[in-house]
Write a protein that binds this ligand. Structure first.
Ligand code: NMX
Ligand code: MLT
Length: 434
């Protein structure tokens, strides 16, 4: 299998590189930690390593060194389509270089071979209460699949540490292959009276998702590719990535780890912000008709939200200090394909108003939009109006990034995570001596 071969080729050099760095320069300081950081969610504490992506506060994300526009331009695309194969993106994450069209298609083929979802997953989802949140159903489905884990089986029957990454890769491919069908099943069961659309083996991974969702528009297939690409990875410190890594560091398999990551993604300050954002735009529309064209009314509405003690969803970021390039890519997509869509126009107007409001309020360190500020608007345009579902699409995408990271963490033998905690009295004592 291509991914296995390509990782295998690089492994001796990577292992040697990391070993040498730690042995020869292990005492070199990377930074210092202040009391404010200890109490402040470890913001900017440099204590994780990944070579798959990096977020620069001003420039935003790079995947394996490539910016979003570069990745969109360089990755191979289906004939006649604007957006790349997600199989090519997964190759880029795991292998580190831009694949040829054939290599991207090899990953897509691996997914096709591994895509069949066991019946017990569907039965488990069906057994849940009808008002369960789609993220609960999706996360549960991923956890339910844990009995399939090859890593877990091989670990218990005895396996050398150097080989851990191989069943982790198998598990990651097996899991990611099934995600579009599971997500679409959750959607159709919950919102379309259980009228399930079977998978189409002739479609690529993302195109098949669009097909199984029942949204018959080639532009939506392309939007799905764009969406899955943009949400996949955002270095290692975000809640979903860090949680997955933390759980996997105890040698839990990818099913346990990724479902834990998804539980983190389901929080309103993280991935659920996309649903919150759409809900906020809807509130603007119902409570303030003139906000659609009158910036001062919109400005007042934003202030009312803040004065109510609420955050403006989709704005602000823990690392970024400029407009998220993932936001820009989606804004440009909307401008190209449906500039006259009312909700899209409102989201674009919010961008002209909210950063100034947040700056005036002076609390948020980053007043600019993040990836969630507009993603729901694009889904809404194509008729996906059940915004409770939006974080599931984020989750399908995010598992690509966390799974690729989990394979490399195993390959490089990253240890169990265990930072140290202190008591307040200890911190006070440290402070008194400073
Ligand atoms: N609206 C109102 N207040 C905000 C916002 C916002 N969009 N962003 C930050 N603040 C506040 C924040 O609540 C905090 O207030 P307080 O001191 O009263 O606790 C203050 O500004 C300082 O926060 P920051 O240091 O700027 O932000 P932090 O790194 O702690 O948090 C987010 C980052 C993303 C959690 C925060 O900006 C936020 O809550 N944004 C809205 C929710 C959102 O869009 N989340 C999605 C992030 C992307 N994703 O997909 O995960
Ligand atoms: C993400 O994509 O995970 C979010 O932008 C949050 C983050 O990076 O902290």
């Amino acid at each position: 299998m291509i991914l296995k071969e390509k990782i295998y080729e690089q492994l001796p050099e990577w292992r040697e590189r990391v070993k040498r760095l730690v042995k020869e320069k292990g005492d070199v300081k990377v930074g210092e930690v202040t009391i404010a950081q200890v109490y402040g969610g470890m913001r900017d504490v440099k204590s994780l390593v990944t070579d798959i992506s990096y977020v620069d506060p001003v420039e935003g994300i790079r995947f394996r060194g490539f910016t979003i526009p570069e990745v969109l331009e360089k990755l191979p695309k289906p004939e006649g389509d604007e957006m790349p194969y997600i199989g090519g993106l997964f190759y880029l994450f795991l292998v580190g270089s831009i694949p040829t069209r054939e290599q991207a298609l090899e990953v897509e083929d691996e997914w096709k071979k591994r895509g069949k979802v066991p019946q017990y997953v569907f039965d488990t989802i069906r057994a849940m209460p009808t008002d369960a949140h789609p993220m609960t159903l999706f996360t549960l489905a991923v956890l339910t699949l844990q009995r399939e884990s090859l890593f877990s089986k091989q670990y218990h029957s005895g396996m050398k540490k150097d080989n851990y990454w191989e069943p982790m890769l198998e598990d990651s491919l097996n899991l990611t292959a099934k995600l579009p069908e599971i997500a679409a099943f959750v959607y159709r069961l919950k919102y379309k009276n259980g009228d399930i659309i079977p998978s189409d083996p002739d479609k690529d991974w993302a195109g098949n998702f669009a097909h199984m969702m029942g949204i018959k528009d080639p532009v939506y297939e392309d939007l799905s590719r764009l969406y899955f690409l943009l949400h996949s990875d955002h270095e290692s410190g975000n809640v979903s990535a860090h949680t997955t890594h933390l759980v996997a560091s105890s040698l839990s398999d990818i099913y346990y780890s990724a479902s834990a990551g998804l539980s983190g993604l389901a929080g309103p300050l993280h991935g659920l912000a996309n649903q919150e954002c759409l809900a906020w735009l809807m509130e603007v529309r119902t409570k303030c008709a003139e906000c659609a064209y009158d910036k001062s009314a919109l400005r007042q509405f934003a202030w009312d939200t803040l004065n109510n003690g609420q955050v403006i969803p989709g704005y602000g970021h823990a690392v970024l200090r400029k407009t998220d390039p993932r936001y820009t890519a989606q804004l440009e997509y909307g401008k190209k394909h449906f500039p006259e869509d009312e909700l899209f126009k409102l989201a674009a107007l919010v961008y002209e108003v909210v950063p100034d409001v947040l700056r005036e309020q002076g609390k948020a360190k980053d007043p600019w939009p993040n990836v969630d500020a507009i993603s729901g608007t694009l889904q809404y345009h194509f008729g996906l109006k059940e915004f409770d579902f939006y974080t599931v699409i984020f989750g399908v995408s995010r598992i690509l990034g966390v799974a690729a990271n989990a394979v490399w963490a195993r390959a490089l033998g990253q240890p169990i995570e265990r930072p140290k905690s202190l008591t307040t009295a200890m911190l006070e004592e440290i402070a008194s001596k400073a």
